[in-house]
Each structure stands twice: as structure tokens, then as C-alpha cells.
Design a protein around this ligand. Structure first.
Ligand SMILES: [Zn+2]
Length: 135
């Protein structure tokens, strides 16, 4: 089942045009962000608003169909950050232009979704010029 245009608009508005994983804002990006299945379709995740997130292409491609990732500090498998159930500020903080994981879920997401890639740091610096960062 694909996502209707109306559902996609709802997901985008609910996210206020920001990636729900790395918080990048859509407005400075050439590529349109994706309506992403939190629980992937391959794992029977439904195409309803309760299972959808607004995601930048980088986070969506790194996430792929994963729901479990590895905490780099402990080496343990942990659930991937779930923007529908998890509260961003409980798992991450922003230090200068980097996103820091505060919990095992946060640390694992920072690494597995490559939140602090050099290009993303540059985008955050550009976002400050437009009042878009910090979020
Ligand atoms: Zn993102």
C-alpha cells in the first residue's frame, strides 16, 4: 500500500519540514525529503500516519529497512530511534554543530544514520545563516 498525497502532506506538516531523525530542515535541500516507514513495509509496517516519518534522503538511505542497530559504546543491538514513540531530546543533544547521543538508542542512531558526516555539519552551519539551526 502506497502513501496517499494527503497522508504525505500530514506527515510533512507534522514534522514542520524537518527530518524527524537528524532534524535537518527541508528548505535548503535540493532533494525532496521522503515519507519513510518507521517499521518497514518489508516487516509489515503499515502506510498509516502512525508508522510514517518525514526523513531526509541521507537518514532514509542509511536506515534502509533496519529497526535494530548497534550501540557503539557497548556493542549491543538496540532499537533504532523511533520518531513516533521516542522523544528526540531524551536521546540526543546538540553540541556546536554535532548531534550527540545521550542514550544507547541515541548513540546507535548517531553512528548508524551518520548524523555527523562532514557534509551534514556544513549544512548545519549554512542553516544557522537562515535561522534554521539550532532547531
Ligand atoms: Zn535526516
Amino acid at each position: 500500500m502506497s502513501v496517499s498525497g494527503e497522508t504525505a502532506r500530514l506527515v510533512r506538516q507534522r514534522a514542520a519540514d524537518r527530518c524527524e531523525y537528524c532534524l535537518m530542515h527541508q528548505s535548503l535541500q535540493g532533494a525532496t525529503f521522503h515519507v519513510e516507514h518507521v517499521v518497514p513495509r518489508a516487516k509489515d509496517g503499515p502506510s498509516t500516519a502512525e508508522n510514517l516519518a518525514w526523513s531526509c534522503p541521507g537518514c532514509n538511505l542509511h536506515k534502509s529497512d533496519r529497526t535494530m542497530v548497534v550501540d557503539p559504546q557497548t556493542g549491543s543491538g538496540v532499537p533504532l530511534f523511533n520518531p513516533r514513540n521516542d522523544i528526540w531530546q531524551e536521546h540526543f543533544s546538540i553540541r556546536d554543530f554535532e548531534i550527540v547521543g545521550l542514550t544507547e538508542i541515541g548513540r546507535a542512531a548517531v553512528v548508524s544514520l551518520d548524523f555527523n558526516h562532514a557534509r551534514r555539519i556544513q549544512i548545519r552551519k549554512a542553516e544557522t545563516l537562515f535561522g534554521l539551526f539550532p532547531p
